[in-house]
Design a protein. Structure first.
Length: 254
């Protein structure tokens, strides 16, 4: 199984529009971060986690021509607003796409993208052909990839992370419910959000992420969903052993 980081930035991406800070003006490619998303591949099956705002750019950049399954962490704009780009995969692969999310996520998708999921007739243009399925508290198998949905606290919301074989992908996390800890045992790789340095109401900051990572004790921890206060070189030099920052285009094999 291979995981490709399509984007590792927070909701604004890095550089952020209108910002003249050192990181946003940096020429270091590791400080260029599209909105967070990953692509998971195992043999002939490809899972996309979230349709980020930058999905079109990501697909062109990494030559993505086939998606079999879409998993949604939650309904916030930076994680779903690339949904319309899925119609290209309908056109060229001649198939509807199954998408999975919890009840809250699917409800908001229905409301916010009524032209896709509603009964109203759209005049002109193609409509993505999507098959929504509500995630249940069970283990899924997508093309040999064992997927376990994880309940994750995101401010006042309960969203989804995912255990994918021996890797957990957790983003937009401000807390891990007691029922989820058991599902995080024995990880080879933990991908966890670390928004910035300051406390935040809906995301782990760096110190909180490091504390959670220490408790989870995966063999390798990769921090993602990063804002423009993290200079890659400076932050990396102070991370503990076994912890690193994700970069756009990073690939890991498990």
């Amino acid at each position: 199984m291979e995981i490709l980081f399509l984007g590792t930035g927070t909701s604004t991406g890095v550089p952020s529009i209108c910002c003249d800070c050192e990181v946003c003006q940096s020429q270091d490619s590791r400080n260029k971060r599209l909105r967070s998303s990953i692509l998971v591949q195992n043999k002939d099956h490809t899972i996309l986690v979230d349709t980020s705002t930058d999905l079109r750019q990501q697909c062109l950049l990494y030559g993505i021509k086939k998606i079999d399954t879409v998993l949604y962490t939650h309904h916030h704009a930076d994680h779903v607003h690339g949904i319309d780009e899925l119609r290209s995969f309908n056109f060229f692969n001649k198939t509807a796409l199954p998408i999975y999310g919890n009840a809250q996520t699917l409800r908001h998708l229905n409301i916010n993208f009524s032209y896709i999921f509603g009964k109203a007739e759209q005049v002109g243009g193609g409509i993505p052909q999507l098959i929504p399925t509500q995630l249940k508290n069970k283990t899924y198998n997508f093309g040999g990839i064992r997927v376990i949905p994880l309940d994750i606290q995101h401010g006042k919301l309960i969203i989804n992370g995912f255990r994918l074989n021996d890797c957990a992908y957790i983003t937009d996390c401000s807390g891990i419910p007691n029922t989820t800890w058991e599902k995080l045992k024995g990880l080879k790789v933990l991908v966890l959000n670390a928004l910035g340095f300051k406390p935040h109401s809906t995301h782990f900051n760096l110190s909180q992420a490091l504390e959670a990572a220490k408790s989870i004790n995966a063999e390798r921890t990769i921090l993602t969903h990063i804002n423009h206060h993290f200079d890659h070189e400076k932050v990396t030099s102070n991370l503990p052993e076994g912890v690193e920052l994700a970069t756009d285009g990073m690939r890991i094999v498990l």
